[in-house]
Design a protein around this ligand. Sequence first.
Ligand SMILES: C[S@@+](CC[C@H](N)C(=O)[O-])C[C@H]1O[C@@H](n2cnc3c(N)ncnc32)[C@H](O)[C@@H]1O
Length: 230
Amino acid sequence: MGISAKHGETLERGSDDATSPDRIRRFIAANLPVQTVPGIPDIRLHKAGPQSGLRRLAERDPQFGSPYWAHYWGGGLVLARYLLDRSERVAGLRVLDLGAGSGIVGIAAAKAGAAKVHATDVDPYAILAIELNAALNGVTIDTMLGDLTKGKPPKVDLICVGDLFYEAALAKSVIAFLDCCLAQGIAVLIGDPWRAHLPKSRLQPLAEYAVPDFGEDAARTRPAGVFAFE
Ligand SMILES: C[S@@+](CC[C@H](N)C(=O)[O-])C[C@H]1O[C@@H](n2cnc3c(N)ncnc32)[C@H](O)[C@@H]1O
């Protein structure tokens, strides 16, 4: 499809040290308990909790960034729920989960019958989490580390964007990339809990669900939408 799994190059730095992929996988498996996703009992993820000690990863690795991959986000939750409820929107398609984090959206797409699922993220820890979470849910996801928004549209039918409009510069580059994808005939679905940089004027609402957001108790929900980007 024009995107390949390149993460080995970066992740393999120090193959026997504390930042090796195997050590990180073992850390995630041992310290981030498997939890059912709120409102989506079909999906389970490794999720950080108070005892996970993610700062131990940060102490070992100066490149450790914000561990978005270790949490649920309102945008991913709502889009995953929608894909499972409306599997006809994704069944048989080649799907890309852009900014995949934990991989929740790609996992939902695979469970909903997508022909092939790719997931990409700029964070190497996310790539490992996506692979672990995909295996946990019995689905296959092709991962790629890197910033696809700087390149050409991938060879997919549908791009799913869960919660990527939280920063102005990121939103700008994602919108420019999605415009190129639309021009190539690729459909785009967005899940978002009304973040500051959501391109509201470009969206066709498809569904709304009440979901918990990052850092919030599962019982505390807020509205989040699924949109077609047009
Ligand atoms: C708020 S999290 C959302 C994760 C997931 N989509 C979800 O909804 O649960 C944003 C994710 O996008 C990733 N990200 C940020 N900029 C990116 C870019 N240019 N390309 C790909 N991923 C990116 C971050 O590393 C992070 O994992």
